[in-house]
Design a protein around this ligand. Structure first.
Ligand code: HEM
Ligand SMILES: *[C@@H]1O[C@H](CO)[C@@H](O)[C@H](O)[C@H]1NC(C)=O
Ligand SMILES: CC(=O)N[C@H]1CO[C@H](CO)[C@@H](O)[C@@H]1O
Length: 358
């Protein structure tokens, strides 16, 4: 009987197992809802364990050279998830005359550098993992996560296992999914409700506007023909230096205080009526969302906590998993559209990584 455990040892084992169960359920719960079916935090731990390190090391250099890339990548993941789910379809080029998310109205200002970076990461991963293993949708989610962190924000674990969609979204789908910046809170909430997001998500995710830029066309209706009375007078004058009249092609920072840092100053802007879009400033005007804006303005930790929860939630909207969709071998084209790529690494993809310059 030397090989079977004594009754007391068995009891100790049972206690240990029970403790492990409790621990794992605690860490899985951690105040967050269960993951979408098919997603997990360790999805690539066997198939490509170095995937996350590769994404991070690429972006560390790239964001150091151009912090605008962090903003651009964060916005790409948002557009991807809001429009027909986080399926990488935002990355597709216009094919067969169908407008892709990449070339359609709210999206024309998505930066080319971000699409290039995603394809460059894709090529590095393909080489390291021995083929197309990591989906473009997962790359977009990881790139957004690392961008936030590299710009000074929180770092968080991203559930993985998304598959890539086969077709770009139609123009109607895009317009029905992305609220315009002229929207007020009730309209914004109606857009978010369709995809299971609530008012806390709206306020926290809008905090992404702590980074990046906007073009005059996105806020000029607040300056002309007359100034929006909810806008701080000095701020309106400041914006008119960049956008002196209607239809000027120019751009300005989303967050006037710390434009390149992921922090809670966006909410301080709103308190000072220096939010850029109607959709930003109305978060402070609307009685329902105002208390959350005020809380985030005085407590950056509270903002970061909710932002992480809301990003993880957003990152699971209508995901494809299991055998659905595909793992694209070029993030800008569905595999079917590739004529003679076969199983070999396409040269265009290899070159994307080798010639990546900002
Ligand atoms: C709630 C509704 C939202 C509206 C109406 C909205 C609207 C916009 C608009 C109009 C721009 C500027 C486009 C331009 O003129 O170039 C912009 C930029 C940006 N948005 Fe949003 N957005 C929203 C939510 C979000 C969310 C949820 C995220 C990410 C989690 C996000 C991240 C960004 C970033 C990072 C930029 C700067 C991009 C760059 O510098 O390239 N936005 N947004
Ligand atoms: C663009 O904005 C800058 C300030 O941000 C300003 O100096 C420049 O004159 C603007 N360009 C035009 C065409 O108005
Ligand atoms: C905000 C913006 O630049 N909108 C443009 C988006 O693209 C369409 C064409 O697809 C233009 O007409 C819009 O002006």
């Amino acid at each position: 009987m030397a090989s079977s455990p004594s009754p007391s040892a068995a009891r100790a084992l049972l206690v240990l197992a029970a403790a492990a169960l409790v621990l794992s359920s605690v860490s899985a719960a951690a105040g967050s809802p269960p993951l979408a079916k098919g997603l997990s935090f360790d999805f690539y731990s066997a198939k490509c364990p170095q995937a996350e390190a590769i994404v991070f090391s690429f972006l560390k250099d790239a964001v150091r050279k151009d912090v605008g890339l962090a903003a651009a990548l964060l916005r790409i993941h948002f557009h991807d998830c809001f429009v027909q789910g986080c399926d990488g379809s935002v990355l597709l080029d216009k094919t067969n005359g169908v407008d892709s998310e990449k070339v359609s109205p709210p999206n024309v200002t998505l930066r080319p550098s971000a699409f290039k970076a995603i394809n460059a990461i894709r090529a590095l991963l393909q080489r390291a993992c021995g083929g197309p293993v990591v989906s473009c949708a997962d790359i977009a989610a990881l790139a957004a996560r690392d961008s936030v962190h590299l710009a000074g924000g929180p770092r968080y674990a991203v559930p993985l296992g998304r598959r890539d969609g086969l077709a770009p979204a139609s123009l109607d789908t895009i317009l029905g999914a992305l609220p315009p910046p002229t929207s007020k809170v009730p309209v914004l909430l109606s857009f978010l409700a369709k995809i299971g997001l609530d008012a806390d998500d709206l306020v926290a995710l809008s905090g992404a506007h702590t980074l990046g830029i906007a073009h005059c066309g996105s806020f000029e209706e607040r300056l002309f023909p007359k100034e929006d009375p909810t806008m701080n007078k000095w701020f309106a004058g400041h914006l008119k230096l960049t956008c002196p009249r209607l239809k000027v092609d120019n751009s300005t920072a989303n967050d006037i205080r710390t434009p390149d840092v992921f922090d809670n100053k966006y909410y301080v802007d709103l308190l000072n009526r220096q939010g850029l879009f109607t959709s930003d400033q109305d978060l402070h005007t609307d009685a329902g969302t105002k208390p959350v804006v005020t809380r985030f303005a005085v407590d950056q930790g509270a903002f970061f906590d909710q932002f992480v929860k809301s990003m993880v939630k957003m990152g699971q909207i209508n995901v494809l998993t299991g055998n659905q969709g595909q793992i694209r071998s070029d993030c800008s084209l569905p595999n079917a559209a590739r004529s003679s790529a076969g199983d070999e690494l396409p040269w265009s993809v290899v070159e994307a990584a080798e010639s990546f310059v900002l």
